[in-house]
Design a protein around this ligand. Sequence first.
Ligand code: GRF
Length: 210
Amino acid sequence: MFKIAVLVSGGGTNLQAVIDSIENGSLKDVSIVKVISNKEGAYALERAQKHGIEAKCISPGSYADRTEYFDAMIEEIRASGADLIVLAGFLVVLSSRFVEAFKGKIINIHPSLIPAFCGDGYYGLKVHEQALKRGVKVTGATVHFVDEGTDTGPIIIQKAVYIENGDTPEILQKRVMEQAEWKILPEAIQAIAEGRVHTEDGRAIMEDKQ
Ligand code: GRF
């Protein structure tokens, strides 16, 4: 069984997509061993608990500094035995120690086609606001490995979504989630669990399922 830990900050619809994929059998031999939120009361924690998944809040505010906070996170995740860490709407910038501790074992879902609309300050609705402001006609979502930078790691999988006349950031966010994020996140996890993803010269290559 391939074990994953999911880090969240909010509603947790991406977490839900992973839970649903495991429960309906489309995501095989994968189990969520832990869900961790930085925010007390994040609905994602409730979603996990409803499905019998161990969930807890580890808040940066409870620690003297970022180093102590991330040390606690590293310890918690190591103890869970997770093979992969999935950032599913986790809004805390990772420390380099954390990234180093789980090198090549952290993935993130971002709601645009990287390298468009990504990097510092591009999160949540802001991403969609900027896409609409620029007037692009196609956007989408990306699952990528996490490295030291913001949204700079090797791209594993992307899916395009059309922008429609009259879209608001909220409408577009919902369409990107439904048509792209909730599909490619479980797909990327499955591929990694099956050993079908490797990196080469800073790029990720995902082999098709046989
Ligand atoms: C998603 O749009 C994800 O791409 C971004 O944050 C949002 C999280 O949504 N990183 P949810 O908590 O999974 O509903």
